[in-house]
Write a protein that binds this ligand. Structure first.
Ligand SMILES: C[S@@+](CC[C@H](N)C(=O)[O-])C[C@H]1O[C@@H](n2cnc3c(N)ncnc32)[C@H](O)[C@@H]1O
Length: 205
């Protein structure tokens, strides 16, 4: 299955609940007294066809959406439900290879683990540097019992972490959601798979 087919199949699903929880938590906070340009700036790493980007725009955020696949960015920009286009910037790039702007929200759904451990751990540290204090990360890690961790190519070059490692990575954050999911299902590409996924929302202290 090409990425274009993948995005056609998945991009119009509801926004991820990790993202929705982070947006709800921001909305429950008092508005910052001096609104700055960064106070509603969000960064999405691995935006795919845009199911989360569209929601962030709809809920008032300015979004820099990054994906390494040109088809993902094209798909996002052609969506009929894309609103507030003036608050969206897109970049076609590998997220481990570009500077990350200062942001109040960094969203990365099912995308960060798609790079090998050295890049993943460096990127995680750069996410922490880019987030403003009080800012939030919403996204997913892959757990070590995920079946892709036990296969061969093309799943080499991904990063899997234990729950303890995930908690170590989240030490600079207040954890607001940490749900480990283990389930057997079929991927949008039609592959049977054991998922071990950590659903995470965390606020930088
Ligand atoms: C599984 S899809 C998830 C898409 C979307 N975030 C969602 O939740 O449906 C992963 C996306 O990450 C992108 N991606 C994978 N590795 C990447 C990298 N190193 N840099 C930027 N984007 C990457 C892929 O092109 C793909 O669009």
């Amino acid at each position: 299955m090409s990425w274009l087919e993948y995005h056609s199949k998945t991009a119009h699903r509801a926004p991820r609940r990790t993202l929705c929880r982070a947006l709800d938590l921001f909305e429950a906070e008092p508005a910052p007294s001096a609104a700055s340009t960064t106070h509603s700036s969000a960064l999405e790493l691995g935006c795919g066809g845009g199911r989360d980007t569209v929601e962030m725009l709809r809920r008032g955020w300015s979004v820099l959406a990054i994906d390494s696949e040109p088809t993902a960015i094209d798909y996002l920009l052609r969506r009929s439900d894309l609103t507030h286009r003036e608050r969206l910037t897109t970049e076609c790039a590998r997220f481990e290879a570009i500077p990350l702007p200062t942001s109040r929200l960094i969203c990365s759904s099912f995308a960060l683990p798609l790079c090998p451990p050295p890049s993943f751990f460096q990127l995680w540290s750069r996410i922490g540097d880019a987030l403003l204090p009080g800012g939030r990360f919403a996204g997913h890690f892959f757990g070590e019992r995920d079946s892709w961790n036990h296969g061969h190519a093309p799943h080499q070059g991904l990063t899997f972490v234990s729950a303890d490692q995930a908690h170590d990575l989240l030490a600079p954050y207040q954890i607001e959601m940490f749900e480990e999911e283990e389930s057997d299902s079929t991927t949008p590409r039609g592959e049977s798979k054991h998922w071990h996924v950590m659903h995470i929302v965390a606020q930088k202290r």
